[in-house]
Design a protein around this ligand. Structure first.
Ligand code: GLC
Length: 735
């Protein structure tokens, strides 16, 4: 009889849920009304390493979560981090998100999101644990490569299309790590102490855009604390701001192990608890998975039964989880996705190439090699694969084209391409049981490696140094910060030595974060490349050969030295221990003066500025003007400018618009990015670019009033092609 009744319920529910016209909310409410207390609680926590509960009795599937922002991580065993050694889960490795940000191209971000969403859907994953949009407060942050730069406007504009692209496949983007998780040092035990103005102007905007413009279905709470409450259950952050002010209707997922407290998890806005570190000695009924010991499992059931936790909060959690299931695995639009398709590799190659930044070029690029010539590559990064490693964003990819192979391919039949390692960086070739298959062992001494490189340089028509960082410990890796921005492994000395013997030395830095370049004046050309994914080698070769005209712009400042930056004290970074406080304390004393906001306001010269990047062609900007030179507060004004390709090859320029508030009642940065457009032009062609300047672009956040404030006065609209090259200064009076 019971089975029959259940069957009737399932049929009725199936009809109700999938019947014509039942809106999403009706389906959610309908299902919620069927659930027992235990079934609702099961929705709110993990049941395996990467899945959280569904409702088996009603045929509602569990939610499958997957890393990461750059591609779909390989399948793991039920309760493990290491890969399960499937043979059909080698993915497309897309470029790192700092590389995407460096394209300044919203359309490429949409292409990226659509492509990675297709791979997630194909792999039957419902929640993609990415993108990450934490602002680059310090160049030392070990996960800079996973994020989208040092400016909230750039990150906001670039994250929205990615989210929409992912979610067009019925996969939830889970935007992370919310919030002010701007370092890896002691990330699970440091309180980021940040004032409201700094939060609202710098660290919240990209998340707000993700929710309100991107329509993100999921947000990941971060490991750290904000003002001494853990962010995975930070009442102000999750209930007041995210769900209250912003109207977020999706799920808050904890970072893996980020949920730390029974009562706060129940009451402060966390919806799904994942990856909690439960004491493995506490075997529960012999089960290996210990999931019943999660904060939102047995302890939560107890609190619900004895009244310490509210049923209303439970229903809110369950409602959000069901809403996510109906948006993804039970979506009425059945998506199939696609995996490692030629289109995905082509997308990866284009995004990687369009984010490569040409920092200097005294003529060596694009490469001009005589027939039968010889190109020497020096540096470990010409050879080392980078898709494996770096932390949770590590991937098992179908293929990774390294620079050496791509350049050999590009010059086949035209020139020899040989390689000298030059130095030994990281010999690791595996991560979580994924192996690259490379052998990076080395028997030569550093002196021998240098001698061999210099000897080979003598016979080369062109020498290209390809080095940088490599996603190993302290070199762009989750869980560790960098220790300085100086290149490791003696690369500076090697570059200097090569520059002595190679007048047209080209240096390619592959990294996900800024590095110091003390040798910049001694080399002919400098290229900032990135962890470009499966097609990274092809993308770099495309730019070096001129097949692609570089159009990337720096998403962060390249300072001369770390000490030039705004973080001067331990108190600011990486934090201090204070009497009577359980957790480390870090104070964002620099306030809104982060990145170029700091350097430009203090007049500190930098190696290469935010927004900077050269091209193989030249552009001319002219005729910048505003539609009005004075406006009433609250009105919009538009800015227009002509841009012309005055060179001999097609290319793209990124026109950038910054605002300056000359007489604010608070200290404001000398300039703030509030508009950018990438425009592609054939030689000799022109285009008119226009920007709409809205009141919020001119405002600052008044923490006392808890609102944005536009003060009347004199403003300057600055337009140009980098944060330090703004030749047009248009005055704007706001009355
Ligand atoms: C990690 C990372 C997070 C990742 C999660 C699952 O610790 O902080 O970005 O998505 O755990 O691997």
């Amino acid at each position: 009889m019971k089975k029959f009744l259940n069957l009737c319920i399932i049929i009725a529910l199936a009809y109700a849920c999938c019947g014509k016209g039942n809106s999403l909310e009706e389906k959610v409410e309908n299902t919620l009304s069927q659930l027992t207390l235990e079934e609702k609680v099961a929705l709110t926590h993990a049941q395996s390493k990467f899945s959280s509960g569904g409702v088996p009795r009603l045929g509602i599937p569990e939610l499958w979560h997957t890393d990461g922002p750059h591609g779909i991580r390989p399948e793991v065993l039920w309760d493990e981090w290491v890969q399960a050694k499937w043979t059909n889960d080698s993915c497309t490795a897309f470029p790192c998100l700092e590389n995407l940000a460096a394209t300044w191209d919203r359309e490429l971000s949409a292409l990226y999101g659509k492509s990675i969403g297709e791979e997630a859907r194909y792999r039957k994953k419902d929640v993609l644990l990415g993108p990450g949009v934490n602002i680059g407060r310090t160049p030392l942050n070990g996960r800079t490569f996973e994020y989208m730069g040092e400016d909230p406007f750039l990150a906001s504009e670039m994250v929205v299309p990615y989210i929409k692209g992912v979610q067009s496949n019925g996969v939830a983007a889970c935007v992370k790590h919310f919030a002010v998780n701007n370092q890896e040092v002691r990330r699970t035990g440091t309180s980021s102490n940040v004032d409201d103005r700094t939060m609202y102007e710098i660290y919240l905007p990209a998340f707000k855009a993700a929710v309100q413009e991107g329509g993100a279905w999921a947000i990941m709470g971060s490991y750290n604390l904000w003002n001494n409450q853990f962010n995975c259950h930070n009442e102000r952050l999750l209930k007041d701001i995210l769900k209250g002010e912003w109207g977020f209707d999706g799920i808050v997922v904890s970072d893996w192990g980020g949920c730390r407290d029974d009562d706060e998890a129940a009451a402060n806005g966390l919806d799904i608890e994942m990856g909690t570190w439960v004491d493995p000695d506490l075997e529960v009924e012999g089960a290996s998975n210990l999931y019943n010991l999660y904060h939102l499992a047995n302890p939560y059931l107890e609190r619900l039964r004895d009244g310490r936790a509210s049923m209303e909060d439970l229903d809110d959690k369950a409602r959000r989880v069901l809403r996510t299931i109906y948006r993804t695995s039970m979506s009425e639009e059945k998506h199939f996705g696609s995996f490692t398709s030629p289109e995905h590799f082509a997308a990866g190659r284009k995004i990687a190439a369009d984010g490569i930044v040409l920092l200097k070029n005294d003529g060596a690029l694009p490469l001009n090699i005589p027939q039968g010539g010889r190109i020497l590559l020096v540096g470990e990064n010409a050879y080392k694969m980078m898709t494996v490693g770096g932390g949770s964003s590590s991937l098992k990819t179908k293929h990774e084209i390294i620079p050496l192979d791509a350049l050999r391919e590009a010059f086949a039949g035209k020139a020899d391409v040989i390689w000298e390692r030059g130095y030994v960086g990281d010999t690791t070739t595996d991560y979580n049981l994924v192996v690259t298959g490379q052998d990076l062992s080395e028997s030569r001494s550093p002196e021998q490696l240098l001698a061999d490189a210099l000897a080979a340089a003598k016979d080369a028509d062109q020498v290209i140094f390809i080095g940088g960082l490599n996603k190993s410990k302290n070199q762009d890796k989750e869980g560790t910060d960098r220790l300085d921005i100086v290149l490791p492994y003696g690369q500076d000395a090697l570059i200097e030595a090569l520059a002595e013997v190679c007048p047209n030395l080209v240096v390619v830095n592959i990294s996900g974060s800024p590095v110091a370049m003390p040798w910049a004046s001694k080399v002919n050309a400098i290229v900032q490349s990135w962890y470009g994914g499966s097609e990274s080698g092809h993308a770099l070769a495309d730019v070096l050969t001129g097949a692609v005209n570089p159009s990337g712009k720096l998403p962060f400042t390249m300072p001369f030295a770390l000490a030039d930056g705004p973080l001067k004290t331990q108190r600011q970074y990486p934090g201090i221990k204070e009497e009577g406080k359980q957790w480390w304390q870090e104070y964002y004393d620099e306030g809104v003066f982060v990145g170029y906001r700091w350097y430009s306001s203090k007049g500190i010269p930098v190696q290469y500025p935010f927004g900077y990047g050269l091209s193989y062609t030249t552009f001319e900007l002219s005729g910048a003007k505003l539609s009005a030179s004075s406006i009433k507060a609250g009105k919009e004004v538009s800015a227009t400018i002509m841009v012309k390709n005055t060179g001999s090859v097609a290319g793209a320029e990124v026109i950038q618009l910054y605002v300056n508030d000359e007489d604010a009642s608070v200290e404001r940065p000398a300039r703030e990015l509030k508009g950018f457009q990438k425009v592609f032009l054939e030689p000799g062609a022109s285009a008119k670019i226009s920007f709409k300047i809205k009141p919020e672009h001119l405002s600052f956040f008044d923490a006392d009033a808890h609102s944005w404030k536009l003060e009347p006065g004199d403003f300057h609209i600055l337009i140009g092609t980098s944060s330090e090259n703004l030749p047009f200064d248009l005055p704007l009076k706001v009355s």
